[in-house]
Structures are given as structure tokens and as C-alpha cells.
Write a protein that binds this ligand. Structure first.
Ligand code: 13P
Length: 254
């Protein structure tokens, strides 16, 4: 996949089926141009994947993502979601390594590396989340922290595999807090991530990876954040649950 500008909604554990269906209807029926270099992705709760997939079936540049999947092919893992299941629904993306999964479900970098592998082996593109907690930002060691997440979960991949990964930088202190990173802070970290990728895979590969910013993105700040040269769109929580907000965020893509 060449570098795309991406507006990705992360509904997290919100909405009923009926509310989700209505929200999708409102967003996809609003006029917005999705150009060749842009994608819109809705990461919806697992029970709504099929509904959402059917709804966007004929929409060019629009995709549905799962919010998680397991690192095993199949078997006695009650409650988990396999990549085979996602394949059978036609799902092509999955969000992995969200800070909420790292925090509440103890997902480690090495466990995430296994999930990344099984996704790529089965043609599912991971949206890999990374980002530091407030204490790390306050001690100004965020670059080292994020570099470790990238190294331990991604850098075993071949260049061809890496090209299928979308990276989302989500500083934990900016998630759901209304406290957005400034566009300079976002650009600084995105440039660092791209340089780190370039050190391992070279400039061409690094310049082909989409790096999204996540953390209190809304209509009012999306244009400024997305205009940064190393920011290729956003992974949006709260504001993606409001049709007008998310449509404005889609329209803010460069
Ligand atoms: P908010 O946009 O609600 O801050 O959430 C960001 C996020 O976690 C997206 O994955």
C-alpha cells in the first residue's frame, strides 16, 4: 500500500447496533470526496462488523476494521476473534496495540508482534498503535519509549510486510482527555517515527508508511494536525461518534 491519508474512526465499546447503523448511514451518505490517496476506516465493535461491512460494500475508499484479534489460528480460546473469522467477513484491517488493550488486557510488545504476524500472514492490515503515558512525556523519554514499541512489535517484519502496516501514534495523555498534542508535538514524534523506520528499512519504505495521530482529534483541530508533513491523518475516538464531526475530519484530510 502506498502512503495514504487516512481518517479512521475508533468506536471503542460504544453504541448499540441500531445507533451504529444510523451513525454509519449519516456519515457515508453525507457528500464528501474520497480521493485516490485517501481512505476512511471505521473500527467497530465485533458484533457489528458484518452490518458495517455490508453497509460500506459499494463505497470506494471506505473500509471496516476490527478492534482486536487473537494471535492463534483457531481453537479453545473462548471469546476471542481469529483472523480467519475476519477473513470470512471480508474485513481487511484490524486495530492492534491500542493503549486501552495494553493497559486493561496487559498486551505486551511481544504478544502484539505475534498478532501482527498472524494478520499479515492472512492479508489483514494492522493499524498498530503506539504512544507514551504522561509520566514518560514528563521525563522527556517519549522517543525511546515509542522506539521500543516499534522495535519489539514491528522490526522483525520484512520490508514488504511492513508496507502493509499503518502506524497510529496516540500519546496516552491525549486520549479522551480533550488535551490534544499540539501539531508541533505530533509532527515531532511522527518525524521521529519515520526516521526510526528509515534507519531500519531505508527512506523509501519509511516514506511509504502512513502514520496517523490519535488523541482528542476533532473537527476544530483536524486541519491543523493533518497539515503537518509527517501526519497522514487520524485515529479518532470520541469525535468519530458524532456524524458531523467525523465528516469534517474526513474533509480535513490533505
Ligand atoms: P479520543 O479521540 O476520544 O481522544 O480517542 C483517541 C483514540 O484512542 C483513538 O483510538
Amino acid at each position: 500500500m502506498s502512503r495514504k491519508q487516512i481518517a479512521a474512526a475508533n468506536w471503542k465499546m460504544n453504541l448499540t447496533l441500531q445507533q451504529g447503523e444510523q451513525l454509519l448511514n449519516e456519515i457515508i451518505n453525507k457528500p464528501h470526496e474520497i480521493s485516490e490517496n485517501q481512505l476512511v476506516i471505521f473500527s467497530v465493535p465485533a458484533p457489528y462488523l458484518q452490518m458495517a461491512q455490508q453497509k460500506i460494500a459499494d463505497k470506494k475508499g471506505v473500509f471496516i476494521a476490527a478492534q482486536n484479534c487473537f494471535n492463534k489460528k483457531n481453537g479453545a480460546y473462548t471469546g476471542e476473534i481469529s483472523v480467519e473469522m475476519l477473513n470470512s467477513l471480508g474485513i481487511q484491517f484490524v486495530v492492534l496495540g491500542h493503549s486501552e488493550r495494553r493497559e486493561y488486557f496487559n498486551e505486551s510488545n511481544s504478544f502484539l508482534a505475534e498478532k501482527i504476524n498472524i494478520c499479515l500472514e492472512n492479508n489483514i492490515q494492522p493499524i498498530f498503535c503506539c504512544g507514551e503515558p504522561l509520566s514518560v512525556r514528563e521525563s522527556n523519554t517519549q522517543n525511546e519509549y515509542v522506539a521500543k514499541q516499534l522495535k519489539e512489535s514491528l522490526y522483525h517484519l520484512s520490508a514488504d510486510q511492513l508496507l502493509k502496516v499503518v502506524i497510529a501514534y496516540e500519546p496516552i495523555w491525549a486520549i479522551g482527555t480533550g488535551k490534544t498534542a499540539t501539531s508541533d508535538q505530533a509532527q515531532e514524534m511522527h518525524a521521529f517515527i519515520r526516521k526510526d523506520l528509515a534507519n531500519v528499512y531505508g527512506n523509501d519504505i519509511a516514506n511509504s508508511i502512513s502514520i496517523l495521530y490519535g488523541g482528542s482529534v476533532k473537527a476544530a483541530n483536524a486541519v491543523e494536525i493533518f497539515s503537518q508533513p509527517d501526519v497522514d491523518g487520524g485515529l479518532v475516538g470520541g469525535a468519530s461518534l458524532i456524524a458531523d464531526e467525523f465528516v469534517a475530519i474526513i474533509n480535513a484530510l490533505q
